[in-house]
Design a protein around this ligand. Sequence first.
Ligand code: NAD
Length: 339
Amino acid sequence: MPARIAINGYGTIGKRVADAVALQGDMHVVGVVKARPDFEAKLAARKSYALYAASEHALRKFEKAGVKASGVLEDVLKEADLVVDCTPEESGYKKLYEKAGVKAIWQGGEEHALTNLSFNAAVNYAECLGATFVRVPSCNTTGLIRTLYPLDAGLGVERALAVMVRRATDPGDSKKGPINAIEPELEMPSHHGPDVQTVLPQLDIHTIALKVPTTLMHVHAVSVDLKKAADEERIAELWKRQPRIAFVEGGEGVKSTAQIMEMARDLSRNRSDLYEVAVWRDGVHVVDGKRLYYFQAVHQESDVVPENVDAIRALLELEKEGRRSMEKTDRSLGIGLAG
Ligand code: NAD
């Protein structure tokens, strides 16, 4: 019988995780939970997901708006083996999940301390097998881990510095900014470096972040001191073995995140998502054999989606080997076809 998965919080991440789970043969969506009976709730019902209200108070709002709900969060938890929590950070559902006896996966808005286990399929699937609670780190952290882990495993990373140029908000949001300014994050290091270390504790990484007025993607400019010398070909070879890294070429007209997202639209995937981290092939430069520079772009709305699917398999032990889980997930989402 397929594993029964509930999605609590059906926004940017939740609706994508729900659709990705629905594509798998070994799991299915038993219900999605919304706090408000808005257009996303109505579309979820139209897609035939069983819709639940976050609380009794929310349920009354659903009834008033004429949106049919199958019950409240506690009801769907009774039907589920695992809940993927995609609510805004610090929603505080851990005790409820413990009481209901369900396993849970949280997103990067939560602190590592909530689960003491942060997940990346390529790095620590085996360590997370059978765990009760896990957290999938943020979109930026996942993007950095995707490229730094193969470098560290293949050549050794002496130290890394990543300058993170962050999107202001997601395309569907009109509340946040900046809309005409560049906002440096004055905390040093930015939280991303320590967050990478929740999955790669030995990695010497420092991060600096700035927020800019764009909604499409984040871009990282990364400088890495390698332990072993390598040239651009060797670096590309290491990354090509990773389906969740897609190469793009400035020389082929991919000059910016605008063309990367155009490419994603041309791939005709669900919501035009780009699950892979995109690396500019002709932006990879090695100086003096051991100093590597590269640029990568992260589609913040979707790169964590395949990681959530693999985390479900790890926690419920649906697949013992991370590599096999990743293959299943990648095949279902068309990952590996981008570049
Ligand atoms: P979102 O605001 O788009 O969606 C959150 C959803 O949860 C909405 O449907 C909202 O109605 C619902 N909700 C709000 N309060 C709730 C409650 N108390 N109970 C149940 N549902 C509730 O948020 P998002 O961008 O999808 O972020 C969710 C999590 O994913 C956060 O931890 C965030 O940091 C993380 N994340 C976001 C992105 C991104 O770029 N958007 C990327 C990676 C990780």
